[in-house]
Each structure stands twice: as C-alpha cells, then as structure tokens.
Unconditional design. Structure first.
Lengths: 538, 67, 379
C-alpha cells in the first residue's frame, strides 16, 4: 500500500481552507444584499418614490461587484472536491454529490439567469415583474446556500447513508433524513441570517460614511434605517440559531463541543463555569489559565441544569474500544475485498459501526497497514490513535469565541443604531456613525471564524466518525500542490485588489454616479416635479 | 374571470397552508427562515416608509432637519 | 433490463446532453471572448460584443457548473478520478474559468486604458483555454489514461501530466473544440451586432466552421488506428458500482470502431457532425444567421455523439490497469441516488427551460454600440 504523504495532505487542507475562506468572504454579502435589495425595491414599488429605486441601483452595483467574485470562487470549490479530495468524493459522493447537483439545478441556475435580468431588465420589465425578478435572485442565492449547507451537514452528521462493502463507499439511502436533519436546518438558517447581518452592516456602514460627510443625506438616512432594522432582527436570529447549533453539536459531535468549550474533563453541573478566555495547550492537553463565569456552561449547552458534558479526556478513553473494533473491521473488510466470502462479510458486519476509527489508526500502524498489526503492537497503536480523535482545541476554542464576541457587539451596535435612526437622532451621534463605518469588515471576520469553528471542530474527519481527513486527499505529488497553491495565491490577490479598488471607488462616488446628478435639493426638485407630498421640507 | 382569479387565490392559499403544515412539521427551522425573512423585509421596509412619514409630517418646520 | 442498469444509462445520456449544452452555450460565450480583441477594434465595439452575451453568460456558465455537479452526483467515481488524474490541466481550466466572471463584471467599471486592455487579454485566454482543454480532455480519454485503484478505492496515478498535454491527438481535439466555439460565438455576434462587428464576426465564424470540419475528418482517421478498449468477458450492467472488480478489459487496435461495426446506424452521428459544420458555414455565408446558430447545435450533437458511440460504455479507460477502466456500469451512484436526482431533474429542467427562454425573449433584439457606451450599467 502506498504511504500517505502528510505534506500533500496538509497542503491540500491548506488550499481548501484558503479557497473556502476566500469564497466565504463574498457569499454572506450576496445572501444578505439580495434580500436587502428586494426589501428596498418592495418599498419602491409600494410607494413609487424614485429614491428607493436609486437605492436598489446603487447597492445593486456594490452587490454586482461582490457577486462576480462569489460566483468565480464558487467554481473553485466545486472543482476541488474532485481535484484534491478524490478519495473523499468517491467514498461520499453518492450522497454528497446529490445536494451539490440539486444546488445547480434548483438554485444556481435561477440566481444566475435572473441576475442578468435584474441588472439589464429595468427598461424591459414592468415594475412588478422586475420586483419578482429581484426576489427570485434573492431566493436563488439563499437556496444555493441551503443545498451547500445540507451537503456540509451531511459531512458533519452523516445521517441518511450507510457503508456498503461491495462498493466501498457510503451509499445514499434517505433523502428526507438528509435534507431535514436538524443540523442541516440550523446550519442553513444560521448561515443565511449571518449573511443578512453582514449585508446590513455594509449598507449601514457606507450610509454612515455619507452621513458623516453630510452627503446624500436622504439616500443615506433611508438606507441606514432599513439596514439597522434588517440587522437587529437578523442578529437576534443568528444568535438564537447559534445556540441551536451548539446543542446539535452537543448531541451529535461531542468532540467538537468539548473543543469549542475547552472542556478537558467531563463537566460538573451545575457549577461548571463557561470559559470566557483561556490558553488551551493541545500538546499537554490542558488549559494554561481560565477565566470563566460559573453556572453558565451547563444550561447554555444542554438547556438544563444537571446533565454533565463529556470532556475530551473521557471522550478519548471512550474511543479506545472503538479504535480496536475498527481495526478488526478494516481487516475483515480487506479480506472480504479479496475473497468475497460470507464469513468475512459477517466478521466485518460485527464491527461495521467502528470502521472509521479503524481507518483513523492507519498513521500509527506499522507500514501504515491497519490489516497487519501484530497482536503485541495493538495496544500501543490504540493508545497512539486515541488523541487523534480530537480537533485542534486552540483553534476551535478561539475561533468560536471571536465569532460569539463579535455577534454580541453587532447586537449592541444594531440596537443603538436602530434606536437612533427611529428617533432621527443619528447625525448628532458621530461616534456611533464612525463605529458603524469601521465595523464594515467585522461580520466577514465573524462568519469566517464561524466557518473555522464548524470545520476545524469536525477534524480529524471529513465524514464525521467515518472517513479521516488524511485518507480523503488525492495522491498528488508535492509539486502539483505547489503549482496550484501559487496560482491561487496570485489570482486571488489580484481579485481582492480589484474588488476593493472598485468597491471603494463606487462607494466614494456615491449614488449619484450612475444617474443624472441629484443632491438633496435636486431630489426635492424631482419630488416637486412628480408631485409627491415630499416636495418641500428641505 | 373574477371567479377564476378567486379560485386561483384559493389554490395559492391552500398550497401555502399545506406547505406550512408540512414544513413546520418536518423542518421547523426552515419554516422559521421563511417566516423570519418575510418579517425582516416587511419591518425594514416599514422603517423606511416611517421615515418618509416622519419627514412629511415635518414639512416646512426646518430646512436642515435631522435624519 | 434491470432498473439500476436503466438508471445508469439514463444518466449517461443526460450527461451527454449536458456536455452538448455546455459545448454549445458556454462555447458560444467563450468564442465571443476569444474573438473579442479581433472583432472589436475600439472600446465601444468591444463593449458591444460583451453586452451581446452580457445578460446570458452567467446563466450559460451554469451549464458548466451543472455538468460538474451532475458528474459528481451521478458518477462520483468518475468525478473523483478524472479531476484528480488531470490535476494540472483541471487547475488551469479552473483558473481561466474563474477569471471570466470577474472579467465580465470588472472590465468596464473603471476607465483606465491599461485596466480594460488587461481584461481584454483575460477574455482571450479564458475563452480559448477552457475550450481547448475541454476538447483535449476528450482526446485524452479516447487514448486512455494511466491510473489504478488501491483496495480502499483510493486512485493512484501512473503517468505524468505532460503526456496529457503533449499528445497530438489531444491537441487536435482541443483545437477542434476551439474552432466550434469560435463558429458559435461568431454567429451569435452576427445575430445581435450591426456593422462593422457583424461582418468581422462572419469572417471568423466561416473560418471556425471550416476548420472544425477539417479537424473532425482528420480526427476520424486518428480514431480508426487508435488502441480502443473492449470487454473480454460479459459484464453485468447492474453490478455494484465499484471499479475494483467485475470487469475484464483488453486494448485492441481499432477497438473504438466495434460499436459502429455492430450498429451501422451509428454512422449517422459523425455524418450529422460533418454535415452541420459544412452546412452551418454555408448558412452563415448566406447570412441565414438564426439557421446557422441552430445548425451549430447539430455540430455539437454530432461530435459528442460520435465520441460517445465509439466509447460506449467506457467513460475513462485505464491504460495501465484496463480491468479497472471506468465505465457507465462501475462508476455510477447508487440506484437510490440516481432515482432522487432523476426526479429532481424531471421537475426542474422544464422549469429552467421555461425561464431561460423567457429571459432570452425579454432581452431580444439588436444591441447598439451607442446605447452601451451611454449606459453605465452595461458591461
């Protein structure tokens, strides 16, 4: 058996993380901005006031710049499962490929077709038809996210599939279990509304920039108001769903939740503190210092006061018999591949549930061959494999905390902004406006760290408890990986430079850039011409 | 024609009710997303219309009113 | 025939349809990209050319995404193996594919001459390269690829990527695919643009159509002398989809003609291809533009159909371990997965066809240079 090249596995992981995180810089904005555009256009259609159409056009332009990169970098993701995770794609593709293909058929096609009409169809469609098109774009982009997150939930909680020894892969067996799994549901809503938050803060921040300069005041005030209200509700939803997801992890992925909370030993309810900050040490398997709030952890995760949460040491010990059983499963499976005898199949079936833990022992088995471990080496292989079941605690612990602290900050910011906007006291509070402006990039940070929490916390598996990450990667040479990584680094740097240049350019130009100039006075004049009651007042 | 439109509306209503019952049962969070998104859009839209109303109410009061 | 085997067949047929759709629609946009610097002599003309496909390129690109998604879902082993075996080529294809959406969206958003000129080059590269690789991939799988599977199902590569790039037959197929895309792109420009773009586009469309026809004939002679792959023992089409066992395959010179010998009616496919390429060129010459556009579809059906008929039921044969060659029977998804996908496709494909045609209907008509330059929303 060919040896696993750890450098190639690490480079593949690095490349996937790089491209996925990069893709995920643009996706949340797309998810949220499309629905914000739909909201603005709804107001335009209902009230008939042109300023709302200007809003759709201007924010639509920023959306377009962002959308292009979201689409482009999404193609990378679809390719990479095949180019870099061959074993994973073959092993899990039967189930994993289905939601991806449905995403294309149901969502991406819709989004991409109608986005053209949304930009180009203003003069060719009635107001109502264009509004419907905008809604279809928003629905399409969020349905896209739905199917991707269903696929991702399948990796985290592989319900709806079973291992088949004849095809050596997971066979898909329940569509309903796949799409209605609680993990998929919570993940989708959490991610989608996180996108709403990102978009709301972008709109709010750029509007704050205009208000600070006293430019486009009518335009900015309306955009700000809509974004603040959009944002505050979304932030509440994102936090609620975050809590739901935490509970899901507690039930389905105990190693992830233990790593998130830096919980090395099983918790002692009800006193167990929720750790605010700590320095987890993965090598020594302990926290160097801890600052915690007592009595919070148990109700936070279990929603009651007396259920203990299993700690990482206890989870490791519980994994030992599974690893031993898994080694037996892999050995029987290999014999069955050669003999196709019922006896070997039965031997495999007896240990089937632990197959993944057998694969996990590969790196510690002599010659990386789990099927030929001498009896006297078995215990040492099991002992060496035990710590492998844990994700990197430092990364998981801190990415989770950064995400949570940022979400709480957004909650405060949106609450204050919405209040000030409703009271028409915004322009007096320069500090809040400045905070809004400088907070524009923070939701991107929060969503990225959320993604890291979910995916780093799933390690060492690509398919949880079934297929280890190091087995999933394609067997490339290091030079292939260096070639592709260098290319991605170059291209993606150019892209981000171009995107930021255009974003800043159009944000600075402001809403007037694409139309006949209309300052606030011109807007009033325009209102006078069309005869809305808004005519005077400035 | 009127009757046809009415029947169409009734059909839409029945379908959305069935949808609500089914999704609320199988996928409570999906359902929450549908309802929640509609609500978010309506509330933020209402906020903007309120701003229009607030300003229209102040017609002539001041030339550089606060926004 | 067993249901599972039938499902595999249906999905193989659908995959062919997707590959044809991809060649036609994405190829058309790519052709416009390739031609951009040649049909448009100044910025206004180039923007006109871009805006002709502007409202549709994004939707067309989904053919490509969908092709990838369908291979992943319906033939996961094929997806996993082919994308990895062709790694370097696939990454190049990927780079050019991700440059395109960005080029569309960003090119005309800044005024600098250098900015726009750079993106125009990006259009050339990202139009030419993907179509070349698309064709070259067909050339390579006809030749067979070096790989084998370990007992866990992990693939191992047996030959370097140079052999896939520097292979005369693959280069020929690549160039033919580019020629077809130039033809289709040129016809699309004729359909929507006015002079001088119209006449220049016509010149390139004619060249593209004729080149494709010539290369198609030469490629045919290559195939007759090539090592094809044939089964040496009967295969159960409903076998569990695993490449590790169940097939016995040999390499035979001229093996790709066995299907044609068994079913002479298949010769209609290459005939259709050739007739379309020649007929389309004539139609474009006589300015029957809409007719020429639809005949372009015939060229793609003929080309992909010819390859599919020759290779059936092989997808990607292995030269180093022919028994593990990927076929329709051993690389598919499970019966359950294929059924789910089929139901979804039956529901959504008609819907997609409806709204795509509606979009074309809404955006119909000639695109005028003056309108483009004055509209800041255009590409």
């Amino acid at each position: 058996m060919d040896m696993i090249n750890p450098t190639v596995v690490d480079l593949s992981r690095f490349q996937f993380a790089l491209t996925a995180l990069y893709h995920f810089m643009f996706v949340p904005l797309t998810l949220g901005l499309t629905f914000m555009l739909a909201a603005m256009e709804t107001v335009y259609v209902v009230t008939g006031r042109k300023i709302y159409k200007d809003m759709v056009l201007f924010w639509g332009k920023l959306f377009g710049i962002n959308f292009a990169l979201g689409v482009a970098t999404g193609i990378t993701m679809e390719f990479e499962f095949g180019t870099n995770w061959s074993m994973y794609s073959r092993f899990f593709g039967d189930m994993f490929g289905t939601p991806l293909a449905i995403e294309g058929l149901m969502a991406f096609f819709m989004e991409s077709t109608f986005v053209g009409l949304m930009f180009f169809g203003w003069d060719r469609l009635s107001k109502q038809a264009h509004l419907a098109v905008t809604y279809l774009v928003a629905l399409g982009s969020n349905l896209s996210a739905l199917w991707i997150l269903i696929a991702n939930a399948g990796m985290n909680v592989p319900h709806g599939a079973h291992f088949d020894p004849d095809t050596m892969r997971l066979q898909f067996d329940s569509f309903v279990k796949l799409i209605f799994s609680p993990d998929a549901q919570a993940k989708f809503v959490h991610t989608s509304v996180a996108g709403y938050v990102s978009a709301a803060l972008l709109v709010m921040g750029v509007s704050a920039f205009y208000l600070l300069r006293g430019q486009h005041r009518q335009f900015a005030a309306r955009s700000f108001r809509m974004a603040a209200l959009f944002g505050i509700i979304s932030t509440v939803a994102v936090i609620t769903l975050g809590d739901v997801l935490g509970r899901e992890d507690y039930m389905e992925q105990p190693t992830k939740i233990a790593a998130i909370e830096g919980l090395w030993h099983t918790s002692k309810p009800p006193y167990e503190p929720w750790i605010l900050a700590a320095l987890p040490d993965d090598a020594k398997q302990e926290n160097h210092f801890e600052i915690g709030v007592p009595f919070v952890l148990t109700p936070l995760i279990t929603h009651d006061f007396n259920t203990p949460i299993r700690g990482m040491h206890e989870l490791e010990d519980a994994a030992a018999p599974r690893i031993e059983s898994g080694i037996a499963a892999v050995s029987a499976l290999r014999r069955y591949q050669e003999t196709h005898q019922q006896a070997d199949l039965d031997a495999f079936k007896a240990h089937e549930a632990d197959l993944g833990f057998g694969f996990l022992a590969t790196r510690h088995a002599p010659n990386q061959d789990v099927t030929a471990i001498p009896a006297d080496a078995l215990q040492s292989v099991v002992e060496q494999t035990k710590p492998d079941i844990l994700p990197n605690v430092f990364v998981t612990f801190w990415s989770f905390r950064i995400m949570v602290f940022l979400a709480l900050y957004f909650f405060a910011l949106f609450a204050i902004s919405a209040y000030l906007s409703l009271k028409n006291k915004l322009e007096r509070n320069k500090l809040i406006l400045k905070a809004c402006m400088w907070s524009i990039p923070l939701p991107i940070l929060a969503t990225e760290f959320g993604w890291i929490t979910a995916e780093a916390g799933r390690q060492p598996w690509t398919v949880f408890n079934t297929l280890p990450t190091f087995l999933s990667a394609s067997t490339h040479s290091t030079s292939y990986m260096v070639f592709s990584l260098a290319g991605f680094a170059l291209l993606y740097s150019i892209f981000i430079a171009a995107e930021l240049y255009l974003m800043f350019k159009f944000a600075r130009l402001g809403p007037e850039a694409h139309d006949a100039p209309h300052s606030d006075d011109a807007y009033a004049a325009h209102c006078a011409v069309v005869g809305t009651p808004h005519a005077s007042g400035h | 024609m009127q009757l046809l439109r009415l029947a169409g509306l009734a059909a839409v209503l029945v379908v959305s009710l069935l949808f609500a019952v089914f999704v609320g049962d199988q996928g409570p969070w999906y359902f929450a997303w549908v309802i929640g998104t509609i609500m978010i859009i309506l509330i933020s839209g209402a906020g903007a219309i309120l701003l229009d109303a607030q300003q229209d109410g102040k017609i002539g009061s001041s030339s550089d009113q606060e926004v | 025939m067993e249901l599972y085997a039938l499902l595999k067949l249906i999905w193989a047929a659908l995959l062919c349809v997707l590959l044809i759709g991809l060649g036609l629609m994405v190829g058309m946009d790519m052709g416009v990209g390739t031609l951009l610097r040649f049909v448009g002599r100044n910025d206004g003309e180039r923007r006109t050319a871009l805006n002709i496909i502007g409202p549709h390129w994004d939707g067309n690109q989904v053919w490509f995404i969908l092709g990838g998604g369908a291979i992943f879902a319906a033939f996961p082993t094929l997806y996993a193996t082919s994308f990895s075996v062709f790694y370097v080529v696939m990454i190049l294809l990927l780079f050019s594919m991700i440059l395109r959406p960005v080029a569309f969206e960003y090119r005309s958003k800044a005024d600098s001459h250098l900015w726009r000129a750079s993106w125009d080059w990006v259009f050339l590269v990202s139009g030419f390269l993907p179509m070349f690789i698309y064709g070259a991939a067909f050339g390579n799988i006809l030749h067979g690829v070096g790989y084998h599977f370990g007992w866990t199902g992990q693939y191992y590569q047996d030959s370097s990527f140079f052999s896939y790039l520097l292979n005369p037959f693959a280069i020929l197929c690549g160039l033919m695919s580019v020629a077809l895309s130039v033809y289709q792109g040129g016809v699309m420009l004729m359909l929507r643009a006015e002079n001088p773009i119209h006449d220049r586009a016509r010149r390139y469309a004619l060249r593209g159509g004729l080149t494709a026809a010539v290369l198609f004939i030469i490629g045919g002679f290559f195939i007759t002398r090539m090592q094809g792959f044939v089964f040496t023992a009967p295969v159960d089409p409903a076998m569990p989809a695993s490449p590790m066992h169940g097939q016995h395959v040999a390499m035979v010179a001229g093996g790709w003609l066995h299907n044609y010998a068994a079913h002479p009616v298949l010769w209609l496919l290459p005939l259709l291809g050739l007739a379309s390429m020649v007929g389309g060129t004539l139609a474009a010459r006589m300015n029957k533009v809409i007719l020429a556009w639809w005949i372009g579809l015939g060229s793609w059906i003929g080309t992909i159909g010819t390859v599919a008929a020759a290779m059936f039921p092989f997808f990607m044969p292995s030269t180093t371990t022919p028994d593990q060659s990927l076929t329709i029977w051993n690389s598919s998804a499970s019966a359950y997965g294929l059924t789910c996908m089929l139901v979804v496709a039956l529901i959504f494909v008609p819907i997609i066809l409806c709204y795509t045609s509606w979009c074309y209907y809404v955006m119909r008509g000639k695109v005028h240079t003056a309108d483009i330059v004055n509209d800041s929303h255009s590409y």
